[in-house]
Write a protein that binds this ligand. Structure first.
Ligand SMILES: Cc1ncc(COP(=O)(O)O)c(C=O)c1O
Length: 404
């Protein structure tokens, strides 16, 4: 007897299998909770992979998108739209002023824009000669996306395999190891590009000393310092940008995922001097920053501010992390530690993390693997204390069952 729902049949028959087999079909969400097409409900600690900053169907977000769609959704970047300028102003203020934004539609596109910016900067450093100063120094275990620029900056066989030759001009050093970065800088290097918290690589935050050392190296060698905050940005770390907890100033930052609360959007901010390197025609995006996406991002920012969600992340994560650590103490046979910042957390386990995510799903908690040893917990920024406690109970039930 075929027990698949119609949605499962259509998805499996007609949608390319790039994410493996989707285990459930989600049809509805409200806050931190989602429902599948069989009526089961789950606590959503994936948040669309760090996207749904406000959880699901936040009324302000829904209303602002609906109002904007009824007004004007898209007009291309041949013309100005009102919400894009308003959003850029707010993001510049959050980043401390004297910056400009470029808008696109995803994380990999944001990184593509950063890579192109680094090339323009390298050309300006080499007195306008192209191809002399173009190398970008990245980190081992990084993940920067799946376009050719993003892949080239992501030194992992599972990402690059099958697509070679890669775009040239990328070199890799060890994350959190300043000496290994210093050793790789040469006359052709124009930029250093890092995630502030490595996400897909296992939720590994940079150290203070490392990021400050990278800043000093960039200053010493005339390189630009670019951060990928696609996953850790937009409030997930407890500050709007994660680097703000490290006492460093990068020159350009890529963001996406959470910035528009579930609407596709990517962006980079760059210092004004770098922004001047971009000229009409040098880069662009048909959809980037359209009125609808920018309205979604404005609504997300408005709710983050009104509902004090950065404070919520700080307060509740500082209660949640010790509780997770208590589980590590209680189940040392299964757990090895906790990594991360704010609500970008990894529960490090000795067994297969994918199997653990499946067990948690069966008990009603959505989580996602990170790296080779971790189950990622990415609740929305407005998650409630009771929901965190419920998630802890589910995690503990799974650990208890595995122990017996
Ligand atoms: C740090 C980082 N950069 C880039 C990307 C790619 O983003 P997207 O899937 O929106 O292209 C991701 C996605 O997981 C990411 O975590």
């Amino acid at each position: 007897m075929n027990t698949n729902t119609n949605a499962e049949v259509l998805y499996d028959q007609y949608v390319a299998n790039t994410y493996g087999k989707a285990p459930v079909t989600l049809v509805k969400g409200a806050g931190t909770r989602v429902w599948d097409d069989r009526g089961n409900s789950y606590l959503d600690f994936v948040s669309g992979i760090a996207v749904n900053a406000l959880g699901h169907a936040h009324p302000t977000w829904v209303r602002r998108i609906s109002e904007q769609a009824a007004q004007i959704a898209h007009c291309s970047n041949l013309y100005r739209n009102e919400t894009q300028g308003q959003l850029a102003e707010k993001l510049v203020a959050l980043a401390g002023g004297r910056k400009k934004l470029f808008f696109c539609n995803s994380g990999t596109e944001a990184n593509e824009a950063l890579i192109k910016l680094a090339r323009l900067y390298g050309r300006s450093r080499a007195d306008g000669v192209e191809g002399k100063c173009y190398k970008i120094l990245c980190a081992e275990h990084a993940f920067h996306g799946r376009t050719f620029g993003g892949m080239a900056a992501t030194p992992q066989e599972k990402i690059q395999g099958g697509f070679r030759p890669m775009l040239e001009g990328f070199a890799f050093a060890r994350y959190n190891d300043l000496a290994s970065f210093e050793a790789m800088i040469d006359d052709q290097t124009c930029a250093i590009f890092l995630e502030t918290v490595q996400g897909e690589g296992g939720v590994v935050p940079a150290t203070n000393a490392f990021l400050q050392g990278i800043r000093a190296l960039c200053d010493k060698h005339g390189l630009i310092f670019m951060l990928d905050e696609v996953q850790c940005g937009a409030g997930r770390s407890g500050t709007y940008f994660a680097y703000q907890q490290f006492d460093v100033q990068p020159d350009a930052v890529g963001m996406a995922k959470g910035i528009a609360g579930g609407f596709p959007m990517g962006a980079i901010w760059m210092n004004s001097a770098l922004a001047d390197l971009l000229k009409p025609g040098s880069h662009g995006s048909t959809f980037g920053g359209n009125a609808l996406a920018a309205a979604a991002a404005l609504a997300t920012l408005e709710v983050i501010e009104q509902e004090k969600l950065l404070e919520n992340v700080q307060t509740l994560s500082s209660e949640f992390i010790p509780k997770l650590n208590a589980l590590v103490q209680k189940y040392p046979q299964q757990l090895t530690g906790i990594r991360g910042m704010g609500f970008m957390l990894a529960l490090c386990i000795k067994s297969d993390p994918v199997a653990m995510t499946q067990k948690l799903l069966a008990k009603g908690l959505l989580t996602v693997r990170a790296g080779t040893d971790a189950v990622r917990l990415l609740p929305p920024l407005n998650v409630k204390r009771e929901e965190l406690d419920e998630a802890l109970q589910i995690i503990e039930q799974c650990l208890q069952e595995a122990a017996t």
